[in-house]
Design a protein around this ligand. Structure first.
Ligand code: NAD
Length: 352
């Protein structure tokens, strides 16, 4: 077995249908008396439901979370936490809401209890992101890792199919890159394989019937595992490409992951042959790149950058940016090959 080093992250997970009922007990475990509940405006009703469940342990609801954690919103949330004397943040929602909780915790070390309602996986990572002056700064800090996470599949029943699929593909991308990460380890690879399998299988049924609670549970379980992989090991070319495209051309986050992943995997096919065998096995296929492309198509996810608003004339610049300060990658990041990858992703071609 290849040598490895692995730091296990702390954190408690409560998983199950109706697990939200455990919230009062979980808050008590954290010893919190004054929780500030966070949500997006769209999920304010869920935020208020959480507040009701917390009863006297709720200090207020801040329902202003938005995508990419703008610094102004982070500052307003930090001020509100201070104003109400919060000793805990309860984030109910997707990566944007968890991200807002992280922005508060980064400065105050307030414990976060996360209640994820998408498959993005942010609740399992010590990674934060804050957008200032149009640029998103990301970093890792142990203080932002949620102390407890409640996964309740019933809360995901209303997640629209398209968002389910794209946030699920986003999660699968974490696990696939985790398999060939520079600091990959057998524990995370096990989680990655199981996570890919659970999400791919569950999503197939969610697309047919969004109210299928069993399938929703399978997806949320997969999201947990994929998020844990993202939290524990480094990412590579695929994430670099998505950050470049999302950051510079403002392409939608999860959709961009869905489009780029099969091509990044095809790029790394030979250099990461062994790890990618596990991804293929999780998808019951021979080739991971083609299986991921076929999965995206089957689920109705976007497969072409041109459909996400990427200008074809900017592909050269995108290739330049992706090659400048690249992340570690199993195959050297070569400009011409990256340009070709982007061309395939732009047109939505099935990887050869
Ligand atoms: P999101 O949190 O932006 O949510 C998108 C929309 O869906 C919001 O309006 C939200 O209120 C709504 N929504 C969420 N759950 C719902 C549900 N069950 N029913 C109905 N509507 C629901 O989307 P996301 O994909 O979860 O998160 C994306 C963000 O998370 C990006 O900014 C990304 O960078 C970040 N992210 C961070 C990490 C990390 O480790 N830091 C990991 C993954 C993603």
């Amino acid at each position: 077995m290849k040598a490895f080093a692995y730091t296990q992250l702390p954190g408690r997970v409560v998983f199950g249908e109706g697990a939200l009922a455990e919230l009062p007990r979980e808050i008590e475990r954290l010893g919190a008396q004054r929780a500030l509940v966070l949500s997006t405006p769209e999920q304010a009703a869920q935020g208020h439901d959480v507040a009701t469940r917390l009863g006297s342990r709720c200090a207020g609801v801040f329902a202003r979370a938005v995508m990419h954690v703008p610094i102004e919103v982070a500052r307003a949330a930090r001020a509100e936490a201070q104003r109400v004397g919060a000793d805990c943040a309860v984030a109910i929602g997707g990566g944007s809401t968890t991200g807002l909780g992280k922005a508060i915790a980064l400065e105050s070390a307030l414990p976060i209890l996360a209640i994820p309602t998408t498959y993005a996986g942010s609740e399992m990572t010590p990674i934060y992101g804050i957008t200032e002056g149009g640029a998103k700064k990301t970093g890792r800090d142990a203080r932002v890792l949620p102390k407890a996470v409640i996964y309740d599949p019933t809360l995901t029943l209303g997640l629209p199919v398209r968002l389910s699929v794209t946030s699920g593909m986003n999660a699968i991308a974490h696990a696939v890159e985790g398999l060939y990460a520079q600091d990959a380890n057998p524990i995370m690879s096990m989680l990655a394989e199981e996570g890919i399998h659970s999400l791919a299988h569950g999503l197939e049924y969610v697309v047919k019937n969004p109210g299928d609670l069993h399938a929703r549970g399978e997806c949320l379980y997969g999201a947990w595992l994929c998020g844990a992989v993202l939290g524990a090991v480094g990412m590579a070319l695929h994430h670099k490409l998505c950050h470049t495209l999302g950051g510079t051309w403002n392409l939608p986050h999860a959709e961009t992951h869905a489009v780029v992943l099969p091509h990044a995997v095809a790029y790394n096919r030979d250099a990461a042959a062994e790890p990618l065998k596990r991804a293929a096995r999780a998808l019951h296929a021979r080739d991971a790149a083609q299986a991921l492309y076929d999965l995206a198509r089957k689920l109705g996810a976007p497969v072409a950058l041109k459909d996400l608003g990427m200008p074809e004339a900017d592909l050269d610049r995108a290739a330049d940016l992706a090659v400048a300060s690249p992340y570690w990658n199993p195959r050297p990041v070569e400009r011409d090959a990256i340009r070709k990858l982007l061309d395939d992703a732009y047109h939505g071609r099935r990887p050869a």
